[in-house]
Ligand binder design. Structure first.
Ligand SMILES: Nc1ncnc2c1ncn2[C@@H]1O[C@H](COP(=O)(O)OP(=O)(O)OP(=O)(O)O)[C@@H](O)[C@H]1O
Length: 337
């Protein structure tokens, strides 16, 4: 199957003017600002295949939005090649945008003063969507995104959650095969986030829409993505299965056991002393050093166990460790996929 997105060796640098700090020794150094180059995207390559839902992760300033802007044709890369849905995004943008959808959590694309339904009608005309297809999509999206209560409301009066649902519908009513979602759940409450996730899931699994999703909310990623790419300082540091990433970097697993009797906790050779929490003994262990079955065996040999549970750290804890401790390093041949 041929790829729907192909990014090859793409760089994007920004030149910014920065005031000189420090000495006023010469007039020139006082007046002329210094040019500084920011390498927002620093030689990235990847492919996405039709029907994939790929999470694009990375700490603040990693270069995610810059990549999405290049892929949607809003920015021209400094060098490198991009093809998406058969187009070079920034070259033939008018034709290209009819084949893609884009939702930016922090930017409005709908008409501010128009009721939501009028915005939808305008989009139907702009993209020349046949009426029957448009009406069928609208009917389905109204139901899935529960839009009936606000479809006649001007966009400026919508709540953030309502606006995001309207934005999603607007980006998808003309059935693009490829969709870019940049922080679609930002600022939403848990119920609204869940509704948006269900919709993205439906789009991808039921309609086969290809999705590239940028988010800082790791529940979005956990719920939706099998594949993730991690970007840092403009480099892709990991591109592969989410499970493999977690398996590789997860530490601090816990075995929580409820034991019979009230004897003081006796140390088990080779294991650190457990802490007592909610009437359970909590043993923290590194799954790369000792497996969960072995931990269970050792502990059950020592105690009469009434109940036990192995707890894994959540995805957020694992990803935070990866970012903070810089566990993924550019050019490490072992980290990709
Ligand atoms: N138009 C611009 N001019 C100058 N620098 C820019 C511009 N756009 C982005 N940058 C810089 O490029 C780098 C990457 O920014 P980008 O917005 O792509 O990161 P991001 O991963 O999306 O971050 P966040 O998670 O905070 O949104 C940052 O250092 C940013 O300051």
């Amino acid at each position: 199957m041929s790829e729907i997105i192909r990014v090859a060796n793409v760089f994007k640098t920004f030149e910014i003017n920065q005031r000189r700090s420090g000495t006023f020794s010469t007039l020139r150094s006082f007046i002329a600002p210094v040019k500084r180059t920011i390498r927002a995207v620093n030689g990235i390559s990847f492919s996405v295949f039709p029907g994939e839902l790929v999470g694009y992760l990375g700490p603040n300033g990693a270069g995610k939005s810059t990549t999405i802007k290049i892929l949607t044709g809003l920015l021209v890369p400094t060098s490198g090649e991009v093809r998406a849905a058969g187009f070079i995004p920034w070259k033939d943008r008018t034709a290209y945008v009819a084949h893609i959808g884009a939702v930016f959590g922090q930017r409005y694309t709908l008409w501010w003063d128009l009721p939501v339904s009028d915005s939808f009608d305008l989009l139907r005309d702009m993209y020349r969507v046949p009426k029957a297809r448009f009406d069928a999509n609208l009917k389905e999206f109204r139901e899935l995104l529960e839009m009936d209560d606000f479809i006649e409301t001007p966009v400026r009066s919508l709540s953030l959650g309502q606006r995001m649902r309207a934005e999603l519908a607007a980006a998808l009513l003309y059935e693009p095969q490829l969709v870019f979602l940049d922080e679609p759940t930002i600022g939403l409450d848990v119920v609204a986030k869940e509704r948006i996730r269900d919709f993205i899931h439906y789009l991808n699994r039921e309609r086969g829409t290809t999705v590239l999703l940028t988010t800082h909310d790791l529940t979005d990623i956990e719920r939706l993505c099998d594949r993730v790419m991690i970007l840092d300082q403009g480099h892709i540091l990991y591109d592969g299965a989410l499970d493999r990433l977690v398996e590789r970097f997860e530490t601090g697993r816990q075995l929580a056991v409820m034991v019979a009797g009230k004897d003081p906790v006796a140390p088990i050779e080779g294991l650190p002393l457990p802490v007592v929490q909610d009437q359970r003994l909590i043993f923290t262990f590194d799954p790369h050093q000792i497996s969960a079955p072995e931990m269970i065996q050792r502990v059950t040999r020592h105690y009469e166990v009434l109940d036990l549970e192995v707890r894994r750290p959540d995805l957020e804890t694992t990803i935070r460790r990866i970012y903070e401790q810089r566990l993924l390093v550019h050019d490490d041949p072992n980290v990709n996929g």
